[in-house]
Design a binder for this molecule. Sequence first.
Ligand SMILES: Nc1ncnc2c1ncn2[C@@H]1O[C@H](COP(=O)(O)OP(=O)(O)OP(=O)(O)O)[C@@H](O)[C@H]1O
Ligand code: SF4
Ligand SMILES: [Mg+2]
Length: 372
Amino acid sequence: MPKLFEVRGLRIAILDPEAAVRGTRRPPVDDRGERLPTGWVEAIPGVSYGVDEGETLALIGESASGKSLMLLGAFGLLPQGARVLGGITTFRDTVFEPVGGGDDNRARDRRRRAKRHTPGTVMDGTDPDWARVVATEVGFLFQNPIASWTPILEIGPQAGEVLDEYTDLTTEEITERVMDALGEVHLPRTRRMFGAFSTELSRGMGQRAMLAAALVKAPKLLIADEPLSGLDVSVSAAILDLIKDLKHRRGMAMVLVTHDLAVVARIADRVAVVYGGRIVEEGPVGDVFGRPQHPYTSGLIGSVPSLTSGRLHPIPGEAIPLSAVPTGRCVFADRCSFVDDVCLESEPPLVESRGGSVACHRAAELDLPGIG
Ligand SMILES: Nc1ncnc2c1ncn2[C@@H]1O[C@H](COP(=O)(O)OP(=O)(O)OP(=O)(O)O)[C@@H](O)[C@H]1O
Ligand code: SF4
Ligand SMILES: [Mg+2]
């Protein structure tokens, strides 16, 4: 059965002025055959991931490993300095080619062109029907809830904006939907709350209000990039419970980026471990955490005191910046205690193994510690 949401072969480049100085790598070519200017480096050479209806996939990995790029790139939402080189995103029967970026002139041109969409045909990133699908069926939660709002507009009308643009609902009906959503996230279902400005909200209230804005669409998929970071422990636990409850009641699928492996264990069905712009392991959470197949996954688990019963095994060394990740060999080789000649001869592909997937030449011989 096709997945609800799927990303295939997503390639992303970032602009790194130092790469131009180093001059060691030719700028990449995108799927339309255009070579990018000097300074652009292919940082994500082709990742694939997806979720079934109602399923939660967590993307985990150290800071700057490329998690947010993988998430935003799939929707053509990359900021300046990052561009999608290729790949396909599918949401139900709507197919989207996110090639391009915020500073791509052709992407800007494409935005002006309106194209009719027939289900199953590939659309470019500016197709109004892709925009409609994303606007009405995908909810987004980001790290900084207050900054996600426009500060000079009241939150109620902002939350209802998408319904105003993409449905035939009347203003009264939209207000009612927003009020219901506020109630659902345990915010006051009042005119006062509807008319509040984001600057009047605490971070916890701001994140609840973002969740309400996502819910007015009745989304089938929630995209959440570090939605709990910056919240204090009790607020974070309350928001996590709320997300869990809403997912259960509404049957929403979710792709969640987080650093917090305990959150993953509580809420996710599957987990993808990201290192150096690649997914190096993927599988059901219980299997990946209980019996990891990749040395990096085992190291991540070993670095979290609450997950390990025995001694901590922090990962030695530091992650390499995405723009300088070596190619033609394992990306984790410099930090891996199991590195061997074979690891330096070619990059291990992500292959199916024990109900999940792993990208390690030596996975079959290793017996790595997981949650103790
Ligand atoms: N818009 C951009 N322009 C240039 N480089 C970028 C851009 N966005 C990201 N990068 C580079 O890619 C790296 C990975 O970014 P990304 O935001 O995907 O990391 P992440 O895994 O989400 O990290 P974190 O856990 O800290 O949020 C960054 O460290 C940065 O070097
Ligand atoms: S391929 Fe080699 S260096 Fe890479 S994770 Fe596996 S054992 Fe370690
Ligand atoms: Mg991020």
